[in-house]
Ligand binder design. Structure first.
Ligand code: C5P
Length: 397
């Protein structure tokens, strides 16, 4: 529930603006107050009348609305809210935010505010993938802007790919997560999860069997305690949790780049099963079956993301947590791994076949810290995640 919460909703110009109308209704159903701001471009897609009727309040729509300025200045407008939500966030609005421009009401509010901001991007797939937009996304993430979506799928323009605005229930979940009060409220946490895919050619890759279940459960548990979670995931089979900022990557190199973009954070948890090697001889074209014989693949080592972050001299997260999946001498091997990687905690588990842990719903872990090894009883992966999140909250308190 969002009772007594005040949300400033900026509606950008895009076909997805129609979803903002439903978003207003659903937010009000949950008890929130919604102050709507309709950009000039937004008003090409939805009318000020529909927006204000659904919000039950005046819609703000122009920087030079002098009556509004005397009733409530734009500075105050931007700061009286508990959260600013931009839905849809267009490529143009994101570019303005990244550059700190203030040449209309929406961009001025976003520059003048000290309130947390959550954006739901929506744009054509090419616009999303354009290097300029990708640069802006990086800047906005660094600035601490929260993201929900975009999703992959069919777009109004007839193309297919990432760029569809997140659906209203997903946006609501992210808003609730952003406003959730808990022991980790105000803490920024990074979680890596899932496998990586290392290409052999444009259609083939090397992968591993990680489902992403444990990393996903950890991200969910941290968000439930109020943390701002940035979830960096390889192509996992388990869907990402709601209420976290998701960054999707394929390769280990991309995962490291996403982690570097996300820093600084207070806590970093590396639950991903990162491939140790990539194919250095990967081909740009599909490798053909020829009479010349079998292809020969050359391998090169991938960056060790955990060790890289744990070894940072400046900007190292205060708490760096790694995983160790072992099949024998679990505590001894994991203790050595903790020292080798330079991380603070290691969550070790026995993945030998007989335990049934790999791919199963349960886990039996040992937490290894500077103080020694602590066995946790066998329990569900969700329960392991909750216990870990509580332990992190205690360590930060
Ligand atoms: O070296 P190993 O793969 O056993 O170490 C496991 C831990 O290191 C996990 O926390 C995993 O996420 C992390 N790791 C990493 N980058 C790699 C390899 C492992 O972050 N290239």
């Amino acid at each position: 529930m969002l009772g007594s919460k005040h949300i400033l909703l900026i509606i950008g110009g895009g076909i997805a603006a129609y979803k903002a109308l439903d978003l207003i209704r659903r937010l009000r159903e949950r008890g929130a107050t919604v102050t709507p701001v309709l950009s000039r471009a937004g008003s090409e897609f939805v009318t000020p009348l529909s927006v204000s009727a659904l919000a039950g309040r005046k819609v703000f729509s122009d920087l030079f609305d002098l009556t509004a300025e005397s009733e409530m200045g734009h500075i105050e407008l931007s700061r009286s809210a508990d959260l600013i939500v931009v839905a849809p966030a267009t490529a143009d609005l994101m570019a303005k935010m990244a550059q700190g421009q203030a040449n209309d009401l929406a961009s001025t509010l976003l520059l003048a505010t000290d309130t947390p901001v959550l954006i739901a991007p929506a744009m054509n797939v090419r616009m999303w993938q354009h290097p300029a937009t990708q640069r802006n996304i990086e800047v906005l993430r660094k600035d601490g802007i929260g993201f929900v979506g975009p999703n992959e799928g069919d777009m109004a323009c007839g193309e297919h790919g990432p760029g569809r605005m997140a659906e209203v229930p997903e946006i609501i979940a992210s808003i609730e997560a952003a406003l959730r009060e808990g022991p980790l409220t105000g803490r920024r946490v990074l979680v890596t999860s899932g496998p990586t895919h290392e290409p052999i050619d444009p259609v083939r890759y090397i992968a591993n069997r990680s489902s992403g279940a444990q990393g996903t459960a950890i991200a969910r548990a941290l968000a439930a305690l109020g943390a701002e979670v940035i979830f960096i995931t390889g192509p996992a089979t388990v869907p990402p949790p709601e209420g976290v900022s998701v960054i999707r990557v394929e390769t280990a190199k991309e995962m490291l780049a996403a982690v570097e973009t996300t820093l600084p954070v207070e806590v970093a948890i590396f639950a991903a099963a990162v491939a140790d090697w990539h194919v250095s001889s990967a081909s740009d074209q599909k490798i053909k079956k020829t009479k010349a014989g079998l292809p020969r693949l050359e391998f090169a080592e991938n960056p060790d993301i955990l060790a890289t972050v744990a070894g940072m001299v400046t900007g190292r997260p205060g708490l760096v947590i790694g995983f160790a999946a072992e099949t024998d001498d679990v505590i001894e091997n994991a203790t050595a791994k903790r020292a080798r990687k330079g991380c603070d905690w290691i969550i070790a588990n026995d993945v030998s076949h007989a335990t049934g842990i790999m791919g199963g719903s349960e886990n039996a872990v040992t937490l290894i810290t500077a103080a020694g090894a602590e066995d946790w009883p066998r329990m569900g992966k969700d329960q392991v995640a909750r216990q870990l999140a509580e332990r992190i909250a205690k360590a930060l308190a």
